[in-house]
Design a protein around this ligand. Structure first.
Ligand code: FAD
Ligand code: DLZ
Ligand code: SF4
Length: 508
């Protein structure tokens, strides 16, 4: 009996469940660089480089440990364009009894493989992805009977279960969440340095040339410096823990035009494609805290993102897909402005965030949430369009993590399933947390003038136009009280300014 084990481009881990389920040297391992996987959104070119290069390095290491690897290299003219084509072509040449795959990161891929198995009469075995700390069934169990899902309660359960930052049954330091200490703007020091950079080796250089020849999509290819092997990703982790982690908490929400990464780890892509495991990342952070190398607010802030948010969004994704992707709670109809792709927008916060995204295939969380996300929320962009943008432009973007963050956290298009209120904010928030407003042609301190910050009128307009859906939300009470303090004349002026902004959205 020969089994075929399909290893997807975001499952590049030696602990991948399928690799442990097959017989090394006799069963077949299939990996494929595919036109359809490069085409379903307009991926950043650095994302394609990272995935292809990491796939090629991983295939090489599997071969050297004795696996029988069949590797389909990217060929734009090949008839093998999809996972189904690759499996079908393989089965036509080899006697295959069973197809094995670890649970994919995208509902779309799982659906495709199930349909293929049905049509081809092939036995399909889908194994648990045990890189994650919470299985989908455990999440459903936790979610059962809850009217609202709240990350904070899930997170506390995960702290108890994993034992990270625990003092017996209580959280270390007495509080579960130290976010109140984590809202400082960055005044230009301490020096954040840079995430560890890696010079492309010969194999990565070949992939960069391939991507340069065949893809003219979004994003710069220059200065590719991401880790593409597990050894490199481990070095990037140590570098982060020793250089940036200590200040991660304090400046977690800060944004600044002088630093693309500030104190963020830039480890998401390595984790999402299998080069690093979330548990080993948290172990390293816990060890640094135990050794008094980093304060508790940094360790807690970081571990919460990984065992809390990361596992929580995955749980929501598998609990609610495929219907989740179609939700549009506010019935938004506006198209995504074209400057999301070009970066040609005068609003400095958006210009800075989109240009960093074009350069690095990266923006940190607050840029994603409070700049590009906040604008799309306030302007009422169609959720599927903004979701496709995030899925395309970020190197760490895979449906299971991108979709709940964008559709749920940013757009509130799930009606509040994932987050208790929309993260809507005026320009004042961006002014407080960044230096962007200092170099912007718009004035952040006014709302209704020709040169007023667009976020201001759009923010009040958002509250006004969605009052029937949001007005009773207790977490939005303060926002509505502030709105109600404004005179009718000012509200009309805000309405006029917001309508003008929305009509002229392409030229902002
Ligand atoms: P750090 O700030 O150093 O955080 C540490 C780690 O925590 C990250 O590497 C990541 O694994 C995890 N993490 C932090 N926040 C989240 C979160 N909200 N959800 C899941 N994991 C989290 N993250 C992705 O990995 N892929 C995506 O496609 C993605 N899309 C997003 C879209 C939007 C609209 C928003 C608001 C957030 C999105 N995030 C996504 C979450 C977060 O912005 C990124 O994980 C983070 O910016 C990655 O950079 P980092 O590794 O430097 O993170
Ligand atoms: C994102 C991506 C890209 C660009 N290319 C490939 C590819 O050629 N082959 C592959 O196996 N995976 C690729 N991926 C990742 C997939 O689109 C998808 O996100 C994962 O298979 C889901 O587990
Ligand atoms: Fe952004 Fe408004 Fe500040 Fe300009 S003034 S940078 S548009 S928040």
């Amino acid at each position: 009996m020969t089994r075929l084990c399909l290893v997807l481009g975001d499952q590049l881990s030696e602990r991948n469940a399928v690799l442990n389920a097959i017989t090394c040297g006799s069963d077949h391992v299939l990996m494929a660089e595919l036109v359809d996987e490069c085409d379903y959104v307009w991926h950043h070119r650095k994302k394609i480089v990272m995935i292809f290069s990491a796939m090629r390095h991983f295939a090489r290491s599997l071969e050297s440990s004795g696996h029988k690897v069949f590797y389909h290299r990217f060929d734009p003219d090949s008839k093998v364009r999809s996972f189904s084509d690759a499996v079908t072509a393989h089965c036509a040449e080899h006697e295959i009894d069973q197809l094995l795959v670890t649970w994919p990161g995208e509902w779309r891929v799982l659906d495709e493989l199930r349909k293929l198995a049905d049509q081809a009469g092939l036995e399909l075995v889908v194994l648990e992805d045990d890189r994650f700390l919470c299985r989908p069934e455990e999440f459903s169990e936790w979610a059962r009977g809850r009217r609202q899902l709240r990350m904070e309660f899930f997170y506390r359960q995960m702290r108890r279960r994993t034992g990270y930052l625990m003092d017996g049954d209580a959280p270390a330091g007495g509080k579960w969440n130290l976010d109140v200490d984590n809202r400082k703007a960055w005044p230009g020091k301490p020096d954040p340095g840079h995430p560890m950079q890696f010079t492309p080796d010969q194999l990565t250089v070949e992939v960069i040339e391939l991507v340069s020849a065949h893809f003219d999509g979004f994003g710069d290819l220059d200065d590719f410096d991401y880790p593409v092997t597990r050894a490199q990703a481990r070095r990037a982790l140590s570098h982060f823990v020793s250089r940036q982690l200590a200040h991660f908490g304090s400046y977690q929400d800060a944004m600044h035009s002088d630093s693309d990464y500030l104190f963020h780890s830039r480890l998401s892509a390595a984790m999402n494609i299998g080069l690093l495991e979330p548990a080993e990342v948290c172990d390293a952070v816990q060890a640094a805290w135990e050794a008094d190398q980093v304060p508790l607010n940094a360790a807690e802030g970081f571990i919460r993102q990984v065992i809390g948010w990361r596992e929580y969004v995955r749980g929501v994704y598998w609990l609610k897909m495929p219907d989740y992707a179609e939700l549009n709670h506010f019935d938004n109809q506006r198209s995504l402005p074209s400057w999301y792709w070009t970066g040609e927008v005068k609003m400095n916060c958006l210009r800075q965030t989109i240009s960093a995204t074009r350069r690095n295939a990266y923006a940190h969380h607050i840029q994603r949430l409070m700049v590009t996300g906040n604008f799309a929320l306030l302007a009422g962009v169609v959720p599927s369009e903004i979701c496709d943008w995030y899925l395309a432009v970020y190197i760490d973007a895979f449906d299971w993590v991108e979709l709940p963050n964008t559709l749920g956290m940013v757009m509130h298009a799930d009606g509040g399933l994932l987050a208790s209120k929309p993260y809507a904010a005026s320009g004042r928030y961006i002014q407080r947390m960044s230096n962007y407003c200092q170099d912007c042609p718009y004035r952040v301190d006014t709302a209704t003038e020709q040169d007023s910050c667009p976020f201001n009128a759009l923010y009040w307009h958002f509250l006004m136009r969605l009052r029937d859906r949001l007005g009773k939300n207790p977490r939005m009470g303060m926002m509505y009280r502030n709105l109600d303090r404004q005179s009718d004349g000012r509200k009309s002026a805000i309405g006029r300014r917001a309508s003008w902004l929305l009509e002229n959205i392409e030229s902002l």
